[in-house]
Design a protein around this ligand. Sequence first.
Ligand code: GUN
Length: 294
Amino acid sequence: MNILDGKLVSAKIKEDIKKEAAAFTAQSGRKPHLVAILVGNDGGSETYVASKMRNCELVGFESTNIRYDVDVTEDELLAKIQEINGDANIDGLIVQLPLPKHIDPERVTEAIDYRKDVDGFHPINLGRMQRNLPCFIPATPYGIMLMLEYYGIETAGKKAVIVGRSNIVGSPMSILLARNSNPGNCTVTVTHSRTANLKEEVQAADIVVAAIGRKHFVTADMVKDGAVVIDVGINREESTETKSGFKLYGDVDYDAVSKKASWITPVPGGVGLMTIVGLLKNTLEAAKGTVYSK
Ligand code: GUN
């Protein structure tokens, strides 16, 4: 078993981003700028946004975190998005999900100018991704593709099985792995809560992407010998063992599955760190105007 080491790969790519950000700043007189909107006090979301902001600073970006109470109205949020859309000093805008129930995530997603949509969630970016056109690719799938590329994992002609069909991971991942690109050219199956014979589907996979959001959902008996296993799960449980008071568990039963896999991502230290890299790369491209000209 070999480890797909998110710590190593993310550190290397972040060094490159840092150099490119410095060149951008020297040339333009300003730093690439990411704004993250956070609504409410969800513990996981707070941690993720704080990490995104910290990483922006590490690579020489400007970052702004705008916070709203959980009872902010949809109209107030949409007005703020419009204001940011029109601000030439802001390159990228993300609204951390999930949002409170009274706010429609589709309306919010579509309100963001697709040229600032560094999460890649806007239907224009999604459609352009499907067509293999320049676009912002959702950060987690983007990070996974960068990791597969870094380790030279053979994907063409392989059977990839994705567990989970979310807008954020499973669905875009299925498009990317099926595209005529490298990595890509897989035969992709998307499985979900209504899939019959889920175990048999996963057993047939050369590449498994577990993105279901359930601790240790993928067990060793579900995985073929030699499979490449990508674990997207970040399941937080309270713990007295760690300084933070929480312990993270993947969607894959790592100890058992790693005995069968040819390559596997650990949790933590795998995909989560690559998600940040995907977001930083998109923000840099937004600033430089290389995906959509300014
Ligand atoms: N919630 C979980 N993952 C993400 C992400 O990549 N972007 C946003 N905006 N919210 C998330």
